[in-house]
Design a protein around this ligand. Sequence first.
Ligand SMILES: [Zn+2]
Length: 384
Amino acid sequence: MITYYRRCVMPSTKPDIFFDGDGVCTACRNFERRTQVDWDARRAEFERLVADYRDHSGNRWDCIVPVSGGKDSTAQVLKILELGLRPLCVTSTTCDLSDLGRANIENLKSLGVDYMEFTANPVVRRTLNRIGLELVGDIAWPEHVGIFTVPVRAAVEFRVPLIIWGENAQNEYGGPAHSELDRVLTRRWLEEFGGLLGLRVDDLPGQHGITEGDLASYRYPSDAELASVGVTGLYLGYFVPWDGLSNALLSEAYGFKSYQTAVEGSMLSFENLDNHQHGIHDYLKFVKYGFGRATDHACMQVRRGRLTRAQALTIVEMRDGKFPWTYLGKPLDDILRPIDVSVERFVEICDRFTNRQIFVTDADGDLVRDSEGNLTKINYDNEP
Ligand SMILES: [Zn+2]
């Protein structure tokens, strides 16, 4: 049995999120607090902070902006340009970049920014995808590391001290009370909340022929390197109101392209469009914890009063956690082939990570699947 939070539709199996006495989750409480924020004061605070980092010499950029080309980073860049900053936008290339993702990167550049894309060795990357999938049930492990490490590395190499991240994911998705108040992203945050699932870069040399040198792209700069440049990371989402749908509307007006329909396993057409492996990542999350992307999105919309909890439950049951036969139309076997995993092997891996306490099993304890290979949760809401 899964217990669900009473205000949104998140199950309590989600890590790093907590109940309060009323059965309300920390993410919903964080959102409540946002309504009391003096956003004018926050914006003024932001302008005061960045004033110290502005480059008046013409020798460097004012800030590094980590971007994926997605709707949030497109909106982030628009807001940063509006503040009169001159950013260097930095992308860590996704593991299996979609055509849509590439088009949105080109669109982001056309907003009028300097832009740099870093692509870690794809042969090593594929091995890391397989290690992540087999060892911690997350194909996206190297991508999570790269997203946080590459922009920080760029800040050190180009001696640009200020990094402006988008949103503190711990705020929207829950997380311990102390962490979401942080305005800055640190190594500790990365290790604790960056989605690394306890697998550290230092654990990897020797596995599947991975050498120390193969991992240079994944290493977070040392404290001494960070200190020599004075690297500071700020979350824009702390200083200006942050909302995915508003970001999508703004981005689309500036040429961002959405998918033609809600993405597989999701309820939206404008999120997670840049990597065909997203469906695999989200499905593993579903079998481990009983929620996928549709639950994440539905919770955000319930919090903002755009969906009722009842509507969200129906959407989640309809869309969430479907076996990822395709993602953005690309078949699963084509997505798995480069990392040398068959669909049969993938199903075995999923089964190994599946929490049998939350899915329907038969008399022998085997997982019950429908004709599409989908699992069924034992319960989709709390008992009345
Ligand atoms: Zn909640």
